[in-house]
Design a binder for this molecule. Structure first.
Ligand code: GDP
Length: 329
């Protein structure tokens, strides 16, 4: 297997990045792209927050911004995201906001003449019971997991809009479908976060309090794959450099584990030694979500940060962010 950056010269293509608008730079994924792009000499990164007047669900504001800034590349890392509880209880918000962000940015970029766009999706776009590991071809072959259907439908619409722009207008708009992400700058909300940050916070608080038991949601039986967000940003830049990337590509680590195994690793990483009780009133969600990453591997990229390294580093980042008062929660 070729190591990243070590492709034969014939397969290498150095499409220029130019001015890059990273939409969603205050989130975990957008911030990772901004960090990664600092290492690309030809990338001139532009960001604009909601506080600075850019609401990505506002079409007029997005149009004005794109025509002022004239990016060469747009990275759509903005989204309304959340864990199983947030997704399952607020489907209207997740569908509407993510549809609006995808439409405003992809269609806005097309009308502003932006030649290159990378849209960020999610592994939950694949059917709940897709054959594992899930290949790109599994898209639209069966019913979605109900707990995140709203989010998935918005992401499928965005992926298809990018693909349609490419097919009908010849624009190099394409997508990446990451597996469950984690890393610095994650959201540690007690109810709305994803499993990994949710467990880090609860188990760390239990360890500090010397609690005898702590709860984890569901049965612990579902299997999940985790990818460090810095790996995702690296894969995104790798694909943006290609002249002819696939319409959408899975990005994962290629390995999964049960939620039960994950809780044990989190407990060890934060130093929690009490009991773990399973709150089976909480949903399990999809039984398994492991991406088939062979397409991206064939293109010459693979993940470099294993969970054994990324999890303890993320615990350190979480403690630092929390102590500094900058943590999102
Ligand atoms: P999903 O991958 O879309 O299902 O979203 P999550 O990351 O929220 O949840 C993944 C799995 O972890 C589900 O089976 C949850 O029931 C389980 N889980 C266990 N403890 C927690 C927790 O504290 N927070 C969250 N969000 N999920 C948890």
């Amino acid at each position: 297997m070729a190591a990243p950056g070590h492709l034969p010269t014939s397969e290498r293509s150095d499409t220029p990045l130019g001015r890059v608008f990273v939409a969603g730079h205050t989130g975990m994924v957008g911030a990772a792209f901004v960090r990664r792009l600092e290492r690309e000499p030809d990338a001139d990164v532009v960001v604009r927050s909601r506080r600075e007047g850019l609401d990505l669900t506002d079409r007029v504001a997005v149009d004005r911004f794109l025509s002022d800034v004239r990016p060469r590349t747009v990275i759509v890392a903005a989204a309304r995201v959340g864990g199983i509880h947030a997704n399952a209880t607020r489907p209207e918000e997740f569908l509407r906001e993510n549809l609006a962000i995808a439409l405003n940015l992809i269609d806005g970029a097309r009308r502003a003449g932006v030649p290159r766009l990378l849209f960020l999706g999610s592994s939950c776009i694949y059917p709940r019971l897709a054959p594992q590991p899930m290949a790109e071809e599994a898209l639209l072959t069966g019913p979605l997991e109900p707990t995140n259907e709203a989010y998935a439908i918005a992401k499928i619409a965005g992926l298809k809009l990018a693909q349609a722009c490419r097919r009908q207008h010849g624009l190099a708009y394409h997508s990446v479908m990451p597996t469950n992400l984690y890393g610095p700058g994650d959201n540690y909300h007690a109810e709305d976060s994803h499993v990994l940050p949710g467990l880090i916070r609860r188990f760390d608080e239990a360890a500090r309090a010397g609690a005898a038991e702590v709860s984890a949601w569901g049965t612990g039986a579902p299997r999940r794959e985790f990818l460090h967000v810095d790996d995702l940003a690296d894969a995104g830049v790798f694909l943006l450099r290609r002249a002819d990337p696939p319409d959408w590509v899975n990005v994962g680590s290629g390995v999964d584990l049960t939620i039960r195994e994950l809780t044990e690793r989190v407990a060890a990483a934060v130093g929690y030694r009490g009991r773990i009780v399973w709150d089976t009133a909480r949903p399990d969600g999809a039984p398994r979500k492991l991406l088939d990453v062979s397409l991206l591997t064939r293109l010459g990229w693979r993940a470099r940060i294993p969970l054994e390294q990324g999890l303890p580093e993320t615990v350190v980042a979480y403690r630092r962010e929390r102590a500094a008062g900058t943590w999102r929660h």
